[in-house]
Design a protein around this ligand. Sequence first.
Ligand code: UDP
Length: 477
Amino acid sequence: MGGETEHILMIPFLAQGHLRPFMELALRLHAKTHFTITLLTTPFNAALLRQKLAAAAASPDVRAVELPFNATDHGLPAGVENTDKVPLPFVISVFHSTKSLEPHLRNFISTHFSSRKPPVCIIFDVFLGWVDPVARTFGSPGIAFITGGAYGYAAYISIWNHLPHRNFADDEDFPLPGFPENHRFRRSQFHRYLKVADGSDNWSLYFQPQLRLSMNCTGWLCNSVEEIEPLGFEILRNSVKLPIWAIGPLLPDPSQVGKSSSSCDECIQWLNSQKADCVLYISFGSQNTISPTQMMELAMGLELSGKPFLWVIRPPFGFDINGEIRPEWLPEGFEDRIKENKQGMLVRKWAPQMEILAHESTGAFLTHCGWNSLLEGLREGVPLITWPLAAEQAYNSKMLVEEMAVAVELTRGLEGKVSKEEVKRVVELVLGSGEIKKKAVEAGKKLKEAVRVDEGLGFKGCSIKAMDDFVDAFSIH
Ligand code: UDP
């Protein structure tokens, strides 16, 4: 680490959906402070971040550095049995294995900061609470960063802090501590592991202590906008009792997202041939898929609706996500038919989502409620059809439907029932609803306004002001 500038360290969680907001945060903090920002992560993710930083023409003072990482080191506390039998289910084993980064992080800080001031702060994913004690050892404030929304994470935290929930029936409404009485939850909104978590399972053994550590750090940053989810922030502040800076949406400008493949051109050309606001865009994010039965019903429902659609399609759950699409997962002749009658387009694996959402033909977005997807869709004023699949997505969906009125939930989870008739009904409803569109456009305006600066008029959006406050709090000019 050369030069005499101050430093900020960042430790993202390893999933793609968390890396991007971390990178955007790094770029914005650097632009504001000119400090050196180092993102410390696994070799795989460091390489990925380097590519993204190069594509964004980032300053060399924003860099990704790798820490040695052993993915098979599940890092369970000493004396605790791996009750899931080795190997742990992939996702939770990734969480546990992040703790194997701890000695390498300590080593990095000792080596690089032995003869200089410690980092101004260390910003870590809220799920990596173990970073805070490391930050304290070196005299740096630890800041937890929520890459998602306030309402969803407030629900997640309350659910983890009030285990178990197994005494409720799946469709029984129950109050969640910290939430208003009229915001009742259902177990069917919980991911499968949360339905059975009791404090002694491998999920609880990771999440409970990590969230507790994060709740004990110096402050939180959140990739959301105060004005789009005021209730979420109120609940989160009441439960966390730390300063929380709402600095989102941390999204690149769609015009700056480079076109990466010929599928981009094809999608955009196809959208160009459609009327304004009429196409349903369907994507379940970077890592989720639905079940084979659900895939079949979705396809049949789309045909039944006759509405134009662009579907980023992947093999269903239980099959290799990168494999080919087998004919038996879709109605016979489906793809040929929708090509011939120009109703739809299937895109294999990956599509230029931000460009699609910004296209004038896109009229609705069927989404798994990953936070980046939600921000991207709402920023463009696109009404949503929700199908939450994992993590805090069901609570995001609840907020979009009940608080913001920008969405209709089609179903939830891999076990959720979905029929072709219901698909037709919901697709027609959302594509045809002026009211939902109006609300989505209002939300889009708030998201854009939050990060707008007009120096001439002396205007600063609320997220820009929150970022200023955050920087001031640590005097990191
Ligand atoms: N994405 C994309 N093309 C695709 C699927 C996903 O560009 O075909 C991007 C999308 O724009 C978003 C991210 O991948 O920025 C997915 O993040 P999100 O938080 O929505 O969901 P996750 O993948 O983390 O579940």
